[in-house]
Design a protein around this ligand. Structure first.
Ligand SMILES: [Zn+2]
Length: 312
């Protein structure tokens, strides 16, 4: 018997798995039965082992079973930091022991409920498409700014995940190729996330000022006060983002861009340089059509997307 039977109809447990923390929330009822709503998210640190897939699958299963018991959820949607090829987890940089597992099938069997799983950035794109932009856009490019830069493509109203689930890796578009281009975690140089992520902007500040700065909020406040090196960090990140957006617009002929993620608070400081770079690099017919949306409640978009994945 459930400890807290849910009053919601056919509710979904929406889950956002991170390298350290797992957040989850109950979502329901779904749109055909009324306005969707989300309960308060619960965030816990799980004792991942990283290289032991069987143990980590057990850790996740135990946590989800407990949350299902608490909430009365009848289905589960999960955003997960890895790449999926038709349900098979092909690469999981944070939890490599889970590589090559049919994660949704394994969890569904263990929990006795329908489970849907998708890459976490793609999940955020699904959430932003449905709940994070003011008007429903059938063609939309999503950029998530945080420790890295993620992305997602919504084409014709549907998530485009590519041949191997790796579409929308926008943080690894090459935007700098001069002497300043930095080595990226992917092995390339000059990737967008080396300058437009929070960690990239902190590095720009430290290199320019000679002073360490360890968190984005401090950098943001310094830039608001007019500290020139902090302002430079947001300008360089914004210019790189504007160039990257113009490259995607040239490829897809989409000029509707949504910016979310935990680092989007400082986006207003990036925006002038972004728009200047867009005007420099976009094709003339696209130049006046940049339609930029800043996502409200960006931290919840991964959870909303997980709910969409599960059928909300
Ligand atoms: Zn890269």
């Amino acid at each position: 018997m459930k400890s807290h039977p849910s009053p919601w109809i056919d509710p979904i447990l929406a889950v956002d798995v991170g390298g350290t923390f797992v957040r989850s929330a109950l979502v329901g009822p779904c749109p055909d039965r009324g306005t969707p709503r989300m309960g308060s998210p619960v965030k816990v640190a799980l004792p991942w082992l990283g290289d032991n897939g069987k143990a980590d699958l057990g850790v996740l299963t135990t946590h989800l079973r407990s949350r299902i018991h608490e909430t009365g959820a009848t289905r589960v949607g999960i955003g997960f930091p890895g790449f999926f090829d038709r349900g098979l987890l092909t690469a999981s940089p944070n939890l490599p022991g889970l590589n090559n597992l049919p994660l949704a099938d394994d969890l569904s069997r263990a929990l006795g409920l329908p489970v849907a799983v998708e890459n976490d950035a793609n999940c955020a794109a699904l959430g932003i498409h449905r709940f994070g932009t003011p008007s429903h856009q059938d063609d939309l490019v999503v950029w998530t700014l945080g420790t890295g830069v993620g992305g997602g493509l919504i084409l014709g109203g549907k998530l485009w995940s590519g041949m191997r689930g790796m579409a929308g890796e926008l943080g690894h578009l090459t935007v700098e190729d001069d002497d300043l281009a930095r080595l990226c975690g992917c092995g390339g140089h000059g990737c967008l996330e080396t300058v437009a992520s929070v960690s990239g902007m902190l590095r720009t500040y430290t290199e320019a000022s000679g002073k360490p700065c360890s968190d984005g909020l401090t950098l943001y406040k310094a830039a608001l006060r007019g500290e020139p090196h902090a302002q430079l960090a947001f300008e360089r990140g914004g210019a790189a983002l504007g160039l990257a957006m113009s490259l995607v617009a040239k490829t897809l002929d989409i000029a509707t861009m949504a910016v979310g993620g935990g680092g989007s608070d400082g986006f207003a400081l990036m925006r002038p340089a972004l728009e200047a770079a867009w005007h420099t690099h976009a094709l003339p017919p696209q130049r006046e059509r940049l339609d930029l949306h800043v996502v409200a409640e960006p931290d919840r978009m991964g959870l909303w997307g997980a709910a969409v994945l599960a059928g909300c």
